[in-house]
Design a protein around this ligand. Structure first.
Ligand code: HEM
Length: 222
């Protein structure tokens, strides 16, 4: 005989409740797949630049395009990294936190490409010229400061170092990401000559992400 009570409690594989539960608590291998998808997605802008470079499709000024593209993807990577905690809370998907390091390292990868493009193709590794430029042009000074602050974050992004530093010190170091985001927007704002739409959009995105954190912090200390 069929047990009717059991039939009622076993949900259909595709029922909204099951889908919601699966998204809230996916398997380790599913999270790993999402992580790899994020890495592949994060490599697409680089692939576009490499293909464009070798097929002569980067326009009249390829170096400018590469500098702009890598700068833009650094900011997008930063915004994605800072979106993870709010999304985790709003969607109640705790596993999202496991993508934060990958997103942050993708942002770091693009800032390295951005910086390399500058020192290689713009300044031809002329150290004196680079130092002069960093001192002379405020938007370069700010970008350079953001790049330097990025380094400790990348260096401390592995489990062995987190263990060595302790969670509290690690957390403090990683607060630098907020300073980097602000400096990144200031850098962009400063270099734009006419249309400020893009830097304003990034400033608003970061402002919302910061405001959510401040709001939650205030709520938790009440
Ligand atoms: C977190 C660090 C940084 C971020 C987020 C960032 C972001 C950006 C963005 C968004 C752009 C403009 C893209 C566009 O025009 O569409 C840009 C341009 C540029 N950045 Fe950065 N950047 C950073 C660090 C640096 C550093 C370290 C340098 C060099 C020392 C640098 C040099 C430049 C240059 C030369 C341009 C092109 C300016 C122009 O087109 O006139 N940036 N950056």
């Amino acid at each position: 005989m069929v047990n009717s009570a059991r039939l009622v409690t076993v949900p259909l594989a595709s029922s909204p409740a099951v889908v919601a539960r699966t998204w809230r608590n996916p398997s380790t291998s599913a999270v790993l797949r999402v992580k790899w998808a994020l890495i592949l997605l994060g490599m697409l802008p680089l692939l576009r630049l490499v293909v464009g470079f070798f097929t002569n499709q980067l326009g009249a000024n390829p170096i400018e395009l590469i500098t702009r593209s890598t700068g833009t993807w650094t900011l997008v990577g930063l915004a994605a990294t800072l979106s993870i905690t709010p999304l985790r809370r709003l969607l109640n998907w705790p596993w999202l936190v496991r993508l934060r390091r990958t997103a942050g390292l993708l942002a770091f990868f693009y800032v390295c490409m951005h910086f390399m493009t500058y020192i290689w193709f713009d300044r031809f590794f002329d150290v004196q010229d680079i130092i002069k430029d960093v001192i002379k042009r405020p938007f370069i000074t700010v970008g350079f400061a953001a790049f330097l602050l990025f380094i400790p974050l990348a260096v401390t992004s592995n489990n062995a170092i987190i263990k060595k530093l302790g969670a509290k010190l690690w957390q403090r170091i990683h607060y630098l990401v907020y300073v980097i985001a602000i400096l990144g927007v200031v850098h962009y704002w400063w270099l734009v000559k006419k249309d400020l739409t893009q830097p304003i959009i990034y400033a608003c995105v970061f402002a919302v992400l910061f405001a959510l954190r401040i709001m939650w912090k205030l709520k938790s200390t009440k």
